[in-house]
Design a protein around this ligand. Structure first.
Ligand SMILES: NC(=O)c1ccc[n+]([C@@H]2O[C@H](COP(=O)([O-])OP(=O)(O)OC[C@H]3O[C@@H](n4cnc5c(N)ncnc54)[C@H](O)[C@@H]3O)[C@@H](O)[C@H]2O)c1
Length: 334
């Protein structure tokens, strides 16, 4: 049986990775400070260490207490707007915590490291879909911080034998199809949960930022990838690490517009989505779509929940069953 460390395992993507590992019978240790995650998102079957990644002593204790086959590193600051206001804090935290974790892993002899990276490392793309050869030119400190971590990890392969997989997620969306986990961010900045909460009357109407883009319906298009498919990709890359470090773009390869998301939520829920129209947001690219051809070819990974309808339905089901998010939920068995 293998054992894995998941930093940020109480968060949105992390909790789904934890479920995927437990489902196949692996041992899991979650390290989280609950700054944006939820204790109730961590299944009882996972060991839980409440600690901040910046706490070097706590990290050393974790690596002394358990031997890990790989580290999945999801814990980070990840709000683009905040990063524009606090660039030094974002870059120092994401870079320092990630490299400190990688150093602790190397010291403990754990040589496999999977990083939650982001489409934001590419900035505003010149060619679509975005493949791994696209220039990495972040337009915000969040994307810059992840790019710096990717580069630090690349240097660690030659010097320390650390094999890394940098997984650049596009827009994670949806919820565990069995309803065990879902998305619960405060503030919620992601379109699908915001649209669902607007349909439920729990937040103000959704604003469509820009209706004059050069897209079929004039609204911006993004690549929504189901969070369970993202989780599966983390498992799929592990064998590939035997051959060396990799970086993969992770999306569905199809773009959906803001209006298409609103229409999908209306179809799935049978409710109208209150919305208003506003101007474009500065720095918002019209279309972001991934080419995930490389991870498909090299690992056999395939998105299984790739229709917008299914992504929205699983998210809707989770929000409907958990109207207050994780608050009030008791820790659940996997
Ligand atoms: N959600 C997306 O669409 C998306 C897209 C691209 C990349 N990512 C990346 O994926 C990762 C996970 O994203 P998410 O949406 O699940 O975020 P999240 O905020 O839901 O989860 C992050 C988790 O990390 C924990 N954490 C944060 N800082 C920590 C620290 N210093 N010490 C210990 N724990 C800490 C939080 O409490 C939380 O449980 C992030 O690294 C993010 O940059 C997410």
């Amino acid at each position: 049986m293998a054992r894995y460390l998941v930093t940020g395992g109480a968060g949105y993507v992390g909790s789904h990775v934890v479920l995927a590992l437990l489902d196949r019978g692996d041992d899991v240790v979650v390290l989280d400070n609950f700054s944006t995650g939820h204790r109730a998102a961590v299944p009882d079957a996972a060991a839980l260490v409440e600690a901040d990644l910046a706490d070097g002593r706590a990290l050393a204790e974790v690596f002394a207490a358990w031997k890990f086959d790989a580290v999945f590193h999801m814990a980070a600051l990840s709000l683009v707007g905040d990063s524009m206001r606090q660039p030094l804090h974002y870059i120092r935290t994401n870079l320092g915590n990630s490299l400190g974790l990688a150093e602790a892993a190397v010291r403990a002899g754990c040589k496999r490291f999977v990083l939650s990276s982001t489409a934001a490392v590419f900035g505003v793309p010149r060619i679509l879909p975005i493949d791994e050869a696209a220039p990495r030119e972040p337009v915000n400190p969040y994307g810059e911080s992840k790019l710096m971590v990717e580069q630090g990890l690349a240097w660690a392969e030659g010097a320390h034998g650390l094999r890394s997989a940098c997984l650049r997620y596009f827009n994670a969306a949806g919820a565990d199809p069995a309803g065990r986990a879902g998305e619960d961010h405060t503030p919620e900045t992601h379109l699908i949960p915001r649209t669902i909460m607007a349909a439920m009357g729990r937040v103000e109407p959704v604003t469509i930022f820009g209706t004059d883009y050069d897209t079929p319906d004039g609204t911006a298009m993004r690549d929504y990838v189901h969070v369970a498919d993202l989780a599966a990709a983390h498992l799929a890359v592990l064998p590939r690490l035997e051959e060396g470090s990799v970086a993969y773009n992770l999306g569905n390869g199809a773009g959906h517009s803001v209006r298409e998301v609103i229409a999908a939520v209306e179809r799935v829920s049978g409710r109208a989505v209150p919305h208003t129209v506003g101007p474009r947001r500065e720095g918002d690219p019209p279309v972001l779509v991934a080419s995930s051809a490389r991870i498909r070819a090299e690992t056999g990974w395939l998105p299984r929940h790739d229709s917008l309808e299914e992504i929205v339905r699983t998210a809707w089901n989770w929000h409907a069953a958990n109207p207050g998010g994780y608050a009030g939920r008791v820790a659940q068995a996997a």
